[in-house]
Design a protein around this ligand. Structure first.
Ligand SMILES: Nc1ncnc2c1ncn2[C@@H]1O[C@H](COP(=O)(O)OP(=O)(O)OP(=O)(O)O)[C@@H](O)[C@H]1O
Ligand SMILES: [Mg+2]
Length: 214
């Protein structure tokens, strides 16, 4: 069984974005989606992470066909199994970094993992309010928040967009190690081809198609 299977997905808004998108991802694997701005990368990520229903096609996550799940089942799947990191993060602004992580830990019945904080180098800013942190620190807190819930699969949309290249590659190493250690998987959307080609598989959205380039 694959952790993710995508069959013949098509979607349009005002105009068609992509048609007949097919791919699969195995346990312990990572893949990247690249493509120019506006090609539909975030939209595709929303579809495969159960946030948006495509016009047609089928997404299977952890053996479950998303079309066959009701709203409650979809909510549970997202809450318990999926780790979503967006282009803009949604930390609770009035709270400290630590309180943000505590919310995630409580909701998923996990403990805050000190190792994750150390690896992301946020252990010293954890008591500060989110609004007092730099953009890159906020981004790393949002990554820590997602890893705290120990997701089975990570969906990340430009997770390192606010980070310098050294910090970005260390964050990507943390993701890769997490995927290997937990036998989970990651789908990464990025403009950075270096980061993309460090993944096991690379796809490009172009001319309404998803092409495999690695
Ligand atoms: N909810 C929506 N309603 C209508 N159009 C939308 C919606 N979401 C996205 N679009 C349109 O779909 C197209 C693709 O958007 P998307 O965000 O998927 O692109 P992207 O490849 O992620 O771009 P970027 O690299 O800039 O993040 C854009 O033209 C966008 O305006
Ligand atoms: Mg996008």
């Amino acid at each position: 069984m694959n952790i993710l299977e995508v069959k013949s997905i098509s979607h349009k808004f005002e105009y068609p974005l992509f048609t007949d998108v097919n791919f699969s991802l195995g346990f312990g694997e990572s893949m990247a989606i690249i493509g120019v701005s506006g090609s539909g990368k975030s939209t595709l990520l929303h579809i495969i992470s159960a946030l948006l229903t495509p016009d047609s096609g089928e997404v299977k996550l952890l053996g479950k066909n998303l079309n066959s799940l009701n709203t409650n089942e979809l909510t549970e799947l997202r809450r318990d199994k999926l780790g979503l990191i967006f282009q803009t993060h949604y930390l609770f602004k009035g709270f400290s970094a630590k309180e943000n992580l505590e919310v995630s830990a409580i909701l998923s019945n996990r403990k805050i993992d000190q190792n994750i904080l150390n690896e992301l180098d946020i252990q010293n800013v954890i008591e500060q309010r989110v609004t007092e942190l730099s953009g890159g620190q906020q981004q790393r807190v949002s990554i820590a928040r997602v890893l705290t819930k120990k997701p089975r699969i990570i969906f990340a949309d430009e997770p390192t967009g606010n980070l310098d290249s050294a910090t970005a590659s260390s964050v990507m190493n943390i993701f890769s190690e997490y995927v290997k250690k937990e036998n989970s998987a990651m789908v990464l959307v990025t403009h950075d081809e270096n980061l993309a080609f460090n993944c096991d598989h690379v796809y490009r959205l172009e001319d309404f198609k998803l092409l495999k380039v690695k």
